[in-house]
Design a protein around this ligand. Structure first.
Ligand SMILES: [Zn+2]
Ligand SMILES: [Zn+2]
Length: 381
């Protein structure tokens, strides 16, 4: 296929994925579409126990190392109002994180690599990963042995804050460790006029919100970055009754393991302390998500150098407090996660989010070039 034909075909393929987005672990049609496209190009699909998602391989005709490219394939429970002429046809579900773009770019890379399979100095494995948005997709793929034998792994995420034609990353911590918390407060209900006969859970919840905010300002080393956001507070049902219970929920974002562990410990201290102060039952449910992405410095440099050679402008980025389950792969293998400019005015997860088509084909070409070059790079020696 010529570049123009493949570019056109990939653009149409990406729009089709966009029209039929599926939630995490329900990516059955997405997987079917990818499978059909891969089979049409005679690309080897590995037989792994995955309900959704696919792992494929290209190359291996010449001896050499194994490197991995990874794209995610799931969408979000958002009603699309992006205004593109090919919007979501699945009500309430939208590719608002651009995983349709990632999938199509990785598919394009697979096709480009397949066309030069005989010359590859090793094997390129490509993971089309389900359920990134839950943070549990990568561990599930890891458990199938999909990383076995590999020497390095590369992943991408589109970044609407960067223009099309720009890629960027950073050595070390790039994304945040993501933890989710829920706190249940059990007080004692009473008439609003007789609070002394009850134990007001709303006062306790309010103290918790305030005390938790001081963990960043008073407990975290000022040289560290972290975020505590309480995003829901619930309690009560009318104006003249003090309720029995209240609950709140939110997220903690950190960039180092020490900050992550320290904040979790202080969350327990604060909830136990507030419970004692108000003589109430306060329970903390702490749900750890993906850790921080820790990029390997030499692979970041390498990926950006290959990008420059294929016409991208490259940037060194700051830490970004989003979560990304690619971090689990980087706990097992060296590699790099690279942000790709998608040039939108709207942020990831916004109902008007969109990715510029022009970003797609150059990304596929760069990913193919990156995998091919990584196989013969000195970093694998
Ligand atoms: Zn997302
Ligand atoms: Zn995403």
């Amino acid at each position: 296929m010529t570049d123009i034909a493949l570019n056109h075909w990939l653009t149409e393929f990406r729009r089709e994925l966009h029209r039929f987005p599926e939630l995490s672990n329900e990516e059955f049609e997405t997987t079917r579409r990818l499978r059909e496209a891969l089979e049409a190009k005679q690309i080897r699909i590995l037989d792994l126990p995955l309900r959704t998602g696919l792992v494929v391989e290209v190359g291996g005709q010449r001896p050499g190392p194994l490197v991995i490219l990874r794209a995610d394939i799931d969408a979000l429970p958002i009603e699309e109002v992006s205004g593109v002429p090919w919007p979501s046809e699945n009500p309430g579900v939208m590719h608002a994180c651009g995983h349709d773009f990632h999938s199509a770019a990785a598919l394009g890379a697979a096709i480009l690599l397949r066309e030069k399979e005989e010359s590859l100095a090793g094997t390129v494995r490509i993971i089309f990963q389900p359920a990134e948005e839950t943070g549990h997709g990568a561990p599930a793929v890891l458990a199938t042995g999909a990383l076995d034998g590999a020497k390095a792994i590369f992943g991408i995420h589109n970044d609407p804050a960067l223009p099309v034609g720009v890629i960027g990353s950073k050595a070390g911590a790039l994304t945040a460790g993501v933890d989710r918390f829920k706190i249940d407060v059990r007080g004692r209900g009473s008439h609003a006029a007789r609070p002394h006969e009850g134990n007001d859970p709303l006062i306790i919840a309010a103290h918790l919100v305030t005390a938790l905010q001081t963990l960043i300002s008073r407990n975290l080393d000022s040289r560290e970055n972290a975020v505590v956001s309480v995003t829901q507070v619930h309690g009560g049902s009318t104006w003249n009754v003090i309720p029995e219970t209240a609950w709140l929920e939110g997220t903690v974002r950190t960039f180092s393991q020490s900050a992550r562990e320290g904040l979790e410990r202080r969350f327990h201290d604060v909830t136990e302390g507030v419970a004692r102060t108000f003589n109430a039952e306060v329970t903390l449910d702490w749900q750890p998500g993906p850790p921080s992405i820790i990029n390997t410095a030499e692979w970041v440099d390498f990926a950006l150098e290959v990008g420059e050679k294929s016409g991208f402008e490259t940037r060194r980025l700051e830490e970004n407090p989003i979560g990304e389950d690619f971090a689990f792969y980087l706990q097992k293998l060296p590699g790099a996660f690279i942000m790709v400019g998608s040039g939108g005015p709207f942020a990831l997860h916004h109902p008007q989010f969109r990715v510029d088509d022009a970003a797609l084909y150059p990304t596929a070409q760069w990913l193919a070039g990156l995998a091919e070059a990584a196989l013969i790079s000195g970093h694998l020696k």
